[in-house]
Write a protein that binds this ligand. Sequence first.
Ligand SMILES: [Zn+2]
Ligand SMILES: [Zn+2]
Length: 276
Amino acid sequence: MNMFDYHSHSDMSSDGRDSIEDMVGAALAAGLDEYAITDHYDYDYKDPSIDFDLDVEGYCTTLAATAKRCDRDFPGLPGAGRPFRFVKGIELGMQLGEPNLRNLKVVSSCDFDFVVASVHCAWDCAVDIPAYHERRDPETAARDYYDYTLKCLEEYDDFDVLGHINFIDRFTRIVPDEDVVWDSVDSVIKKLVEMGKGMEVNTKIFRVLEGRHSTPTLRMLKRYVELGGETVTTGADAHRVSEVGAGLREAEELMRAAGLRYIASFRNREVKYVPL
Ligand SMILES: [Zn+2]
Ligand SMILES: [Zn+2]
């Protein structure tokens, strides 16, 4: 199996704990083949207790230096020892208006290999805080989240893969029956395929909900494939060294169950498909 972890955060994100160097060390120790740091840029994050701004210039310089070092030490050439590729990534928080405009500038200001775009805030509230859920029943909370995601996709397209499509399920009191919100979910998946964008299998939910749920659900991933979507990445969404590479085998099982035989690999924002 190819071990690709395309989603993780270092201490350059305000919620990450360990340095990029230590995270890369953990990726090597976990036997990963490709590893992306995707620190947060989430302008105007709607939770006053946290700031997801990023020193983009400093971040970009550190990514370039890390990629250079990894290419030198782990070049992946025959006889040169172990191949390992460091992927220069970023996780953009999408929000309508000014944040999406800033995202465009950030992406064009650095040579990223890979951009994952995610929705963490919807309708002017972070969805991981109680305030979002106090005003809504679980069904409305989910529907509002997917509808907002669709609006973001209609406004913003400079990214490669949509991050954790059902992020909302990690924070809701009860995950609503999928049938009840399916029309909203389906519109997001259709839009993604129409845009030619990828979908991420994010394994953090296995740690949060102890294996009872997946991101995306099997039905969501199957629908993406059925509509012609083929770009799927896997990511542990690690925020510390101990989480790097977590759940990748389960992610592969989910992909196989959805009929996928390839995993997406990115370099310079271009996708390549590698057999699972
Ligand atoms: Zn995220
Ligand atoms: Zn993340």
